[in-house]
Design a protein around this ligand. Sequence first.
Ligand code: C5P
Length: 151
Amino acid sequence: LVHRLLAARAAALTQRATALVAAPVVVATALVRDGRVLAAQRSRPAALAGRWELPGGRVEPGESEADAVVRECREELGTIVRPDGRLGTDLPIEAGVLRVHRATPVPGAPEPRPLEHRDVRWVEPHELADLDWVDADRAVLGDLAAELLSQ
Ligand code: C5P
């Protein structure tokens, strides 16, 4: 009986691991400048409109996560960023898994603009908790505050 239970448990774990490996990756960008992070206010879909997120999107096939961060910030914010490693752990979301990457603006890059969002703003660590963040991003606020305060 013990063997059968262990085998069933192993099968369940394998299934979960496979789902995790195959899950599409969404990257989000913690763009940090002068001890503040850029938050972007969603304009769509209706259920999420008005809520704040770290800008990002799906990693395309064959694309590295860092490349996706650069591309999404160019498309959504009209600016150029330099990715600087992961922040926090993998966050499960409906679309797959969300991975936050730190980034800094490339010197001389244009000021981020809300090309696809309703608004963008630079947020101080003490203001982080005041924003109505989308659920997944809320989980990284502790790491984000620590990152901003460590500068
Ligand atoms: O922005 P887009 O709709 O392409 O994002 C894909 C999915 O990732 C959505 O389900 C969105 O809610 C989620 N997402 C998130 N946090 C972010 C960026 C995207 O939960 N910072």
